[in-house]
Design a protein around this ligand. Structure first.
Ligand code: G6P
Length: 468
């Protein structure tokens, strides 16, 4: 098997996969690398005064990670700037929050050049290179410029926005053209893939072939939909571990007979947390009889805290949680437990299992692995109900079993909470089975294999089944 060189902004060694604060992507990549072996390259998370070309190598669980530090200005323009103030909001349909600054675009190119310079010598003979996410759109082209003839793939973990939104970015066409430096590019859903086709065809003049091959001049790239999954087996094992059992018992004890409604999200405006709180508030308002029977446990570890839009969403949520608790709480009951820290995965699995309802209601999300983790953590004989946003990539796979909602509607959110709380055991089991079958079948190994098979030219992936 060819060695795999995974490149992503954030690198977390496999042994760290239980830290709880990391996103689903990091968890998924650890599992992929554990399977293949190879090198995982990216940013160390550290800042240095002056970058001198030093690479930090570390080896654990069969995976070598190679990381570099970034200078403060790089971090500001590339990570806080172009990645998280320009691309992230734009690609999540929030052009009202997107900032188009030439400095950010310049810093982004500079850091991608730095990544290319440092990783290029690590790539050997028949290694295959797999670049992850929006921090690194231009890296494939930069590696080609440095003579890298290896197979190179790119995976986008966030949505590809509709062309009319993407065209608000001054260098939209330039950015999209970079996709043609790759051999294979992947998206989580058919919807994001089609948005890419649409842009490629209408704005770049590319030709789209039936099999997903996209041609622009003399360059061709295979584009495919490949939904990421979780390491289902490992997650279920974790959900049955002593740590999870303890967390489950403690959660149930502290709930004193009340139903737990849970949300677990990075503190990000794309997750629709304000809308979720408002939907829950509507539920409390419309259903006084349910008030002391439930509470919402919202776990939201802070994220990207140096970016202003994240500071704003954080204080908005504090205000809203305080307002709702102030309006409805009693001496023996608080409607929202709002927690700003992450938990290790096994502990989280126990907490998920103790929750009758899982709220995963982003306004827009490339996939959302919390939805899958919530499903995997459930007790097969007495599972909880997943309330899922139609606008999460996960809805394409879990839509039949979840209660689907439009997260912008407080009324739909409120109705869905009621439906979930009142759902009988048989119906819960029926819906859970549908979702769990998918979580088990289309897991992280299936995802990785679908992509790397195409990248290693072993197999062109079969089209995804039609979504009902
Ligand atoms: C999302 C992105 C990932 C990113 C993660 C955490 O899942 O798709 O690329 O690593 O969020 O965000 P952070 O900015 O902390 O890396």
């Amino acid at each position: 098997m060819n060695r795999l060189i995974v490149i992503s902004n954030r690198v977390s060694a496999p042994t760290d996969s239980n830290s709880g604060a990391q996103g689903g992507l990091a968890v998924a990549l650890s599992a992929a690398l554990r399977e293949n072996g190879g090198i995982w390259f990216g940013w160390s998370g550290e800042v240095t005064d002056k970058f001198d070309g030093h690479i930090n190598f570390q080896r654990s669980a069969g995976v070598t990670s190679a990381t570099i530090d970034l200078e403060a200005q790089d971090l500001e323009e590339y990570y806080n700037g172009y990645a998280n103030r320009t691309l992230w909001p734009l690609f999540h349909y929030r052009i009202d929050l997107a900032e188009y600054e030439r400095e950010f675009a310049g810093g982004y190119q500079r850091v991608n050049d730095r990544f290319a310079d440092t990783v290029r010598p690590l790539i050997e003979g028949d290694d295959v290179v797999w670049i992850q996410d929006y921090h690194m759109f231009p890296l494939g082209e930069k590696l080609r410029e440095r003579g890298c003839g290896n197979r190179i793939g790119f995976f986008l973990h966030i949505p590809w926005p509709p062309r009319r939104l993407l065209n608000t970015l001054p260098e939209a066409a330039e950015l999209a053209k970079k996709m043609f430096a790759y051999d294979v590019i992947g998206f989580h859903t058919q919807e994001w893939l089609e948005s890419f086709f649409d842009f490629a065809e209408k704005d770049l003049g590319a030709t789209i072939h039936e099999n997903g091959m996209v041609e622009l001049g003399d360059r061709r790239v295979l584009a495919l939909a490949d939904p990421i999954g979780i390491d289902a087996k490992e997650f279920v094992e974790g959900a049955n571990s002593p740590t999870a059992r303890l967390a489950f018992r403690q959660m149930r004890d502290s709930a004193v007979g009340r139903d737990v409604i849970i949300g677990v999200d990075r503190l990000d405006y794309s997750k629709g947390l304000e809308e979720r709180f408002r939907g829950y508030e509507r539920f409390l308002d419309k259903h006084p009889e349910e008030r002391k029977e439930v509470f919402l446990l919202q776990i939201a570890p802070p994220s990207r805290g140096t970016v202003e839009s994240y500071q704003k969403i954080r204080s908005a949520l504090e205000g809203l949680a305080g307002k709702i608790n102030g309006a409805y709480a009693d001496v023996d009951w608080v409607p929202i437990r709002y927690v700003n820290q992450g938990y290790p995965r096994d502990q989280l699995a126990g907490i998920y299992r103790a929750a009758r309802v899982g709220l995963v209601t982003p306004l827009r999300d490339g996939m959302n692995l919390v939805a899958k983790e919530y499903v995997a953590a459930q007790d097969p004989d007495d599972p909880g109900v997943l309330v899922l946003s139609r606008f999460a990539g996960a809805a394409a796979q879990l839509g039949e079993g979840a209660v689907l909602i439009n997260p912008y509607s407080a009324e739909e959110m409120s109705d869905a909470i009621v439906t979930a709380l009142r759902m009988g055991r048989e119906e819960r089991i029926r819906r859970w089975r549908l979702m769990m079958d998918n979580v088990e079948k289309e897991d992280v190994i299936w995802w990785r294999k679908r992509f790397t098979d195409a990248l290693m030219e072993e197999q062109t992936p079969a089209p995804l089944p039609e979504i009902s």
